[in-house]
Design a protein around this ligand. Structure first.
Ligand code: G4P
Length: 526
């Protein structure tokens, strides 16, 4: 197959949701459609169980299992689809943010009863910032929930999306009869447990057709007619180009566990979702059709098993063909590297790949060379953009608890930060090291790993910080003035960028109000 053809059939996306909305269930159904797994339940190991949150080792163990499900590839209708797994657990949100840099589109799962939840809002915000095309799947229609229009309002207001319903529920919960596929003008009737037969789908060109009343009852049929009229009046017509620009968001309704409405969404997805997109670097835009290989590392997964210390670095191929046992330039270290065991993922199966194409993800065994955002090329110096660090939410001073092991401690901290476990800041007033994380769990992970992987001991001291913001200004004196006034709250990150550590929401607001010439950024790239 030619490289142009290989590129044209790739669809790489992530599923995002608040925990429990049904991401794992949906993923599994998609894999079943693609024939990548044969039985339901095969992907469950990927999920961090709710009740295990107090025991980080348990979570890490489950994360270890999830290496295999980091990327799940399957074939469907002539397309090669890569689903990148995004942890829903909020303590690993930073992992998810980074994974979203490697996708070309996303599917957002929302629970019909709960509507838009906090984690979904955050993740959609990250995708919005990059104009990532997103499709929404409203799940659990077999249960009572919010009505369709208030969900669309929720989606528009909280997620700042332009909703474009492509299917519409007929009834809900115990009354749920099916969905009307607006895109294809067909009615799909619901039967629990995924026994959706061909004859349960019917084409209804004209909603006034009495067959509709016969199938769903007069009350629901009339309701549907009225609602579809409203949709046609109020919501925009579907426009694939607007969707691909991230300006319009198709919305589907269904029930993942019952395998209902999933196929309709998948069929639409393979038709409209973008293939591998161009990527921005500091030097230039990298286009997938380019001949020479280029890729970047978006995630590093450490192995918690002490017998297998290797890390796996996940590489997104951006252009050209990545080949096994071929020398590539690791741009940051200016070193040639080749990989004898690059791994591809097919659902839970791993295999060594000879070559990979734009849109593909390969896992590279890494003894500690890589850092998130690193570029691999055939020789060109490129620095990928759009892989920022996000403002952490928890902060502690980190101290050396074993003075004989300070070298090990420094090496360990440095490597863990490169892996993206947390962020390190050096406070400028006292030169003390501050660790910032998204979730409190990460502090335990760091302590444990420093001890078991680097033979170093650390202790923490509390630090009352609400947010870290990166600073910039057109006016250099404004920054200087700010730095001298807020000396006690200034730190530097590992790239030597200036960061303001605000003690409270109020303090942050006061700083913003008093220094209008200074810009406060919530991610390291601006
Ligand atoms: P997540 O990955 O987004 O966290 O969610 P997951 O798929 O694990 O689903 C969360 C819960 O919601 C699961 O139940 C799952 O069975 C259920 N669920 C998913 N889709 C539907 C649906 O369409 N309708 C209904 N009624 N439930 C759905 P659980 O009891 O938490 O887990 P389990 O014991 O079923 O594994």
């Amino acid at each position: 197959m030619s490289i142009t053809k290989e590129i044209s059939i790739r669809r790489t996306f992530g599923i995002i949701s608040h925990p429990d909305a049904g991401k794992t269930t949906l993923t599994e159904k998609l894999l079943l459609f693609g024939g990548a797994i044969q039985v339901a339940g095969a992907v469950k190991s990927n999920k961090i169980k709710k009740h295990a949150t107090s025991d980080f080792m348990d979570i890490e163990r489950q994360r270890g299992i999830s290496v295999a499900t980091s990327v799940m590839a399957f074939n469907y209708k002539g397309k090669k689809i890569n689903i990148l797994d995004t942890p829903g657990h909020k303590d690993f949100a930073e992992d998810t943010y980074r994974t979203l840099t490697a996708v070309d589109s996303a599917i957002v799962v929302i629970d019909v009863a709960k509507g838009v939840e906090e984690q979904t809002e955050k993740l959609v915000g990250v995708c919005k910032g990059r104009s990532t095309p997103m499709i929404v799947f409203v799940n659990k229609l077999d249960r009572e929930g919010k009505d369709g229009f208030s969900l669309l309002d929720d989606i528009e207001q909280k997620l700042n999306m332009k909703a474009c319903p492509l299917s519409w529920p007929v009834g809900m919960g115990s009354d749920f009869k099916g969905v009307y596929n607006i895109y294809e003008k067909s009615l799909v009737l619901f039967s629990p447990h995924g026994k959706q037969a061909e004859e349960d789908t019917m084409l209804i060109e004209d909603l006034s057709d009495p067959i509709l009343d016969e199938k769903v009852g007069k009350r629901l049929a009339d309701e549907l007619r009225e609602e579809i009229d409203t949709i046609e009046e109020v919501y925009p017509k579907f426009d694939a180009e607007a969707y691909r620009k991230g300006e319009l968001n198709p919305v589907f309704f269904g029930s993942a566990i019952n395998n209902f409405g999933v196929k309709e969404m998948l069929d639409c997805f393979v038709e409209i979702a973008p293939g591998p997109l161009a990527r921005e670097t500091e030097e230039r835009i990298v286009h997938p059709e380019e001949e020479k290989f280029t890729g970047f590392i978006f995630k590093i997964h450490a192995n918690m098993d002490p017998k297998h210390r290797d890390r796996i670095a996940f590489l997104r191929i951006c252009c050209g063909v990545f080949k096994r046992n071929t020398n590539y330039l690791h741009v940051r270290n200016n070193k040639k590297m080749k990989f004898s065991n690059p791994t591809a993922f097919m659902a839970a199966k791993k295999s060594i790949v000879e070559e990979a194409f734009p849109g593909d993800i390969v896992g590279l065994y890494d003894p500690g060379n890589f850092k998130i955002g690193d570029a691999l090329t055939e020789g060109e110096t490129l620095h990928f953009k759009g892989i920022p660090s996000f403002s952490p939410e928890q902060f502690r001073y980190i101290e050396n608890a074993d003075p004989m092991k300070s070298k090990q401690l420094n090496k360990g901290i440095h490597q863990l930060m490169e892996e993206g476990v947390a962020q390190l800041f050096i406070k400028q007033d006292n030169q003390r090291k501050v660790i910032g994380t998204v979730g409190a769990l990460q502090f335990d992970v760091i302590k444990y790993r420093l001890e078991h992987e680097y033979g170093a001991k650390c202790s923490y001291e509390p630090l009352n910080i609400h947010k870290a913001c990166w600073l910039s200004s057109e006016d250099e004196t404004a920054i200087k003035d700010f730095l001298s006034r807020r000396r006690n709250n200034i730190a530097k990150d590992i790239e030597d960028q200036i960061v303001f550590l605000a003690e409270s929401q109020w303090m942050l607001k006061a700083a913003q109000d008093n220094h209008p010439e200074v810009e406060f950024h919530f991610s390291s790239e601006f």
